[in-house]
Ligand binder design. Sequence first.
Ligand SMILES: NC(=O)c1ccc[n+]([C@@H]2O[C@H](COP(=O)([O-])OP(=O)(O)OC[C@H]3O[C@@H](n4cnc5c(N)ncnc54)[C@H](OP(=O)(O)O)[C@@H]3O)[C@@H](O)[C@H]2O)c1
Ligand SMILES: *[C@@H]1O[C@H](CO)[C@@H](O)[C@H](O)[C@H]1NC(C)=O
Length: 272
Amino acid sequence: MSALSPIIILTGASRGLGLAVLSLLLSHHNARVTTLSRSSTTELQNTVKQYGEDRVLAIQGDVGDAEVNAGAVKQTVDKWGGIDGLVLNAGTMSIFRLDAVPLEYIPGYIETNLSSSIYLIQPALPYLRKSTLPSPLSSSTTSKSTGRIVLVSSGASSKGYVAWGLYSAVKAALNSVARTLAAEENLNGSGVGVWAIRPGLVDMQDLLRSSGAESMHPNEFARLKTAYDEGNLLRPEQPGSVLAGLVARGGPMDLSGEYLNWADERLLAYRT
Ligand SMILES: NC(=O)c1ccc[n+]([C@@H]2O[C@H](COP(=O)([O-])OP(=O)(O)OC[C@H]3O[C@@H](n4cnc5c(N)ncnc54)[C@H](OP(=O)(O)O)[C@@H]3O)[C@@H](O)[C@H]2O)c1
Ligand SMILES: *[C@@H]1O[C@H](CO)[C@@H](O)[C@H](O)[C@H]1NC(C)=O
């Protein structure tokens, strides 16, 4: 494997957006990828078979468990000798109005969905800070590392969609994690870049099927349903190509820490 084979850890690759990112990393970026999800779907298993165990290490585990994340970091380093990038894509929708959310549900949801990002980032950072892949599209100098972290955010992070309160709060917090982490890595001069990306409307069959959608705002629900019914959802490969491109090639360091739409024209060069 050439030196230009980025070593990436990707969470939530068993389906949806994460599965598309995995395929693109393997087919377009010559990457070696560790995946982390609770289940192992046929699609994920087929991808492992297609590219082989030299290219994909599929770990089954829950990102809400700090030890599972630390274990994924260790196994990746043991197998390939380092880590160049992370894609934190695992996410779970939650539909409850704030006046009705079961109080006992809140700590678990916030804890798992927010803390999991730091559970993976913290043990991976020492390796990301040593990553020295060439980064053709970024202006970082050669003395710094070129480690990259991509957080999958959501448009909901800056909106007040009815019944999406906990989900939005966690995504807003992830944008905040991106800002702070970028500032901390900038202060220590590591060269590690971090970007929070809004993937747009991809697929939400589960959401449309769930009875909880009744608690949404009728207009907001109708907007999603119309996009679905009329085939106006994005293909996962569209935002997926930007996520894969950012983590495999290195993102623009002048935008490190920012929350960006996948279709932002400053990210045009990453689309495939
Ligand atoms: N779809 C959209 O339109 C949209 C819009 C904005 C933002 N997003 C964000 O994009 C990301 C991917 O969304 P998606 O639509 O592709 O979701 P999805 O189809 O529900 O897939 C979610 C992935 O995350 C994994 N996952 C969930 N909880 C996990 C846990 N505790 N531990 C390990 N893995 C876990 C799932 O695998 P297992 O179930 O096997 O664990 C699955 O691979 C999420 O962060 C979502 O919030 C999506
Ligand atoms: C989000 O929280 C829910 C509820 O606790 C949990 O089932 C799910 O695994 C969490 N997802 C992630 C990505 O942390």
